[in-house]
Design a protein around this ligand. Structure first.
Ligand code: ATP
Ligand code: MG
Length: 576
């Protein structure tokens, strides 16, 4: 049995199978940094718009989270209870979240964009008994309170106090609370539940993902080390909202490595110009943005702005969550000198593969698997696909040596509370390979002769046209290279003669809005035939406005809706 992983900070030996008997992120990481380097910055926090950033140390989060744990205990919180947190990016988010983990409660971060029905769904599904929110989310919760009968404790940690019975004001309670000093929480076992995240809901209703004390809180050290290149002194800005799994990669990835998070709690909508302003003003070394944001940053206007106000300290950029087109990488590098390192993973895992430190980036490829991770591209029988052949991205639940893989989730929590993973068995009689179980990611890819992984698409998004399998990402990437194309989504569209054909929904760049549409469509088809295999070109093209492409609240394109739209349209046509 592995022993307790004591005194972890920046222990660079974390591997995909590292699983001590006991682990607690609050005591083994936050408190350890605080003890050794009390002044080490853990966060630079600002409300943006030129407001200087407040520096908060590991010692600050260690002490505040211990006091918050005393407070939660006084409110009756017990190990194993589930806690929803819907709070904007205020330091209290990290204070309370660290307190929750310290106590062995299960943290369930949700997006602040959730409306009443989303909150009711998440409260019911997660079985939460505590709710931590800000003014807005608490007002929304109160409006659906009847649908969340199990929520017993409500804590408001930001905004103007909501005057309602049973709402505890966090800041007030912390300042008037007389219990101080160390909080002695339970020594959590690695297999104890720690986190529940909801997936983005790109393919359907968001799924509930259960992580234990290690699978994300400790395994993210690999994300911080291999992909983000973090260590004390680095300042990491991750744009994703607190409710998404990627925010956990940032929090755990940065703090495992002793780096500081840069947090901007900006009110108002996102704008590419304000992002460039922030990079210009603050000493941010490392940036993670989704591909949709990078696409908005490479327009002519943003180029000009970036030239006038270049980033102050930016040296390392990463992207994840959606395919990253090589064109975007090239243009961003031209603007800032930083190469975007694409990385791939899921809410169900930490980073699985990426353009890691020390690797030469192959634009358009998702890089290589995390060292030691049994990451494979497999066929229907669970056998590894040969080089160049497309298959399912899968993670074996054990290594070939038989060690349990610790860096993936425990399973999806179903309505009845069961926890399950979708697995495929590799156990065909007569096969030479060690029989193993594979967790299927639901994504398709192939590996090139040098071991780089190339994303093809989500299994459901891959198009089968006249017997050819076509991944939407390749066609979208080719289209992005044409100056007329701002963004596109490529899906299967039913065709009476051919079964399915490739259809591209295209958002044009401003300069091309007045172009003749049939001429432009023909030009784009010619362009695709030249740049990709001729059978892959989009036989159908529809120009659409910017808001037409359906997206999740986190900004991912929901191709499933476009596919359904095409099926509906085909049905209507056949009735005429
Ligand atoms: P749902 O599971 O609810 O449909 P989702 O899969 O979008 O939503 P997430 O866990 O947020 O939820 O996203 C993980 C998925 O995002 C991956 O399975 C993959 O499809 C996609 N993805 C992540 N990183 C990349 C990347 N670098 N390139 C291509 N696709 C990526
Ligand atoms: Mg998914």
């Amino acid at each position: 049995m592995a022993s307790t992983l004591a005194a972890h900070p920046a222990d660079r030996s974390v591997t995909p199978t590292t699983c001590p008997d006991e682990f607690n992120f609050a005591t083994d990481v936050v408190d350890q940094w605080a003890e050794r380097y009390p002044g080490l910055p853990a966060m630079y926090w600002t409300t943006g718009n030129g407001v200087p950033a407040r520096e908060l140390s590991y010692a600050y989060f260690s002490q505040r989270s211990q006091q918050a744990a005393h407070l939660l205990k006084s409110l009756g919180a017990q190990q194993g209870e589930r806690v929803m947190i819907l709070l904007s990016r205020v330091p209290a988010w990290w204070e309370l979240a660290t307190a929750v983990i310290r106590m062995g409660l299960v943290l369930c971060p949700c997006t602040t964009l959730a409306v009443g029905k989303d909150i009711a769904y998440r409260a019911e599904a997660s079985d939460a008994t505590l709710f931590i929110g800000d003014e807005q989310s608490i007002r929304t919760l109160l409006s659906v309170r009847g649908q969340c009968p199990r929520i017993r404790t409500v804590i408001q940690a930001a905004g103007t106090a909501v005057k309602a019975a049973g709402v505890t004001q966090y800041q007030e309670a912390m300042s008037s609370f007389d219990v101080e000093g160390p909080f002695h929480g339970p020594r959590t076992a690695s297999k104890d539940p720690a986190l529940i995240y909801f997936t983005s809901g790109t393919t359907g209703m968001p799924k509930m993902v259960l992580h234990n004390q290690v699978s994300c809180p400790l395994s993210s050290a690999m994300t911080g080390k291999y992909w983000l290149d973090l260590r004390p002194g680095k300042v990491y800005w991750n744009l994703s909202e607190q409710g998404w799994g990627k925010a956990a990669w940032a929090w755990f990835g940065a703090w495992n490595m002793g780096a500081a998070l840069f947090v901007e709690d900006l009110s108002g909508p996102f704008s590419a110009a304000s992002l460039l302003g922030t990079l210009h003003q603050y000493s941010i070394s490392t940036l993670c943005a989704p591909p949709t944001v990078y696409r908005q940053l490479i327009t002519t206007a943003m180029r000009e702005l970036c030239k006038a106000k270049p980033p102050k300290s930016l040296e390392h950029c990463v992207g994840a969550g959606e395919p990253l087109n090589s064109e975007v990488i090239n243009q961003w590098q031209d603007m800032t000198g930083c190469e975007i390192k694409d990385g791939y993973g899921q809410t169900e895992s930490t980073l699985l593969c990426g353009n890691l430190v020390g690797h030469v980036v192959r634009p358009g490829s998702m890089g290589k698997p995390i060292p030691g991770l049994p990451f494979e591209i497999i066929d229907q029988d669970g056998e590894s696909c040969p080089t160049g052949e497309e298959g399912d991205i899968a993670i074996a639940t054990t290594t070939k040596a038989g060690d349990m893989v610790a860096c993936i989730f425990d399973g999806y929590i179903s309505a009845t509370g069961d926890v399950k993973r979708a697995v495929r068995h590799e156990a065909r009689p007569g096969r030479s390979v060690h029989p193993r179980q594979w967790f299927l990611t639901g994504d398709r890819a192939y590996r090139d002769e040098d071991g780089y992984i190339w994303f093809v698409g989500r299994a459901d998004d891959v198009i089968n046209a006249s017997g050819y399998r076509i991944g939407p990402f390749e066609i979208e990437s080719v289209l992005k290279r044409h100056p007329a194309v701002q963004e596109s989504a490529v899906v299967a569209s039913p065709d009476a003669a051919r079964g399915d054909v490739v259809k591209a929904f295209i958002v044009r760049n401003k300069e091309f809005l007045s172009a003749d549409v049939s001429q432009l469509a023909a030009e784009l088809q010619r362009f695709c035939r030249e740049m990709a295999a001729p059978y892959k070109y989009p036989r159908k093209i529809e120009f659409v406005c910017e808001n037409f492409l359906p997206k999740t609240i986190s900004g991912k394109i929901r191709r499933v809706e476009l596919r359904q739209l095409e099926v509906q349209r085909a049905r209507q046509m056949s009735k005429l």
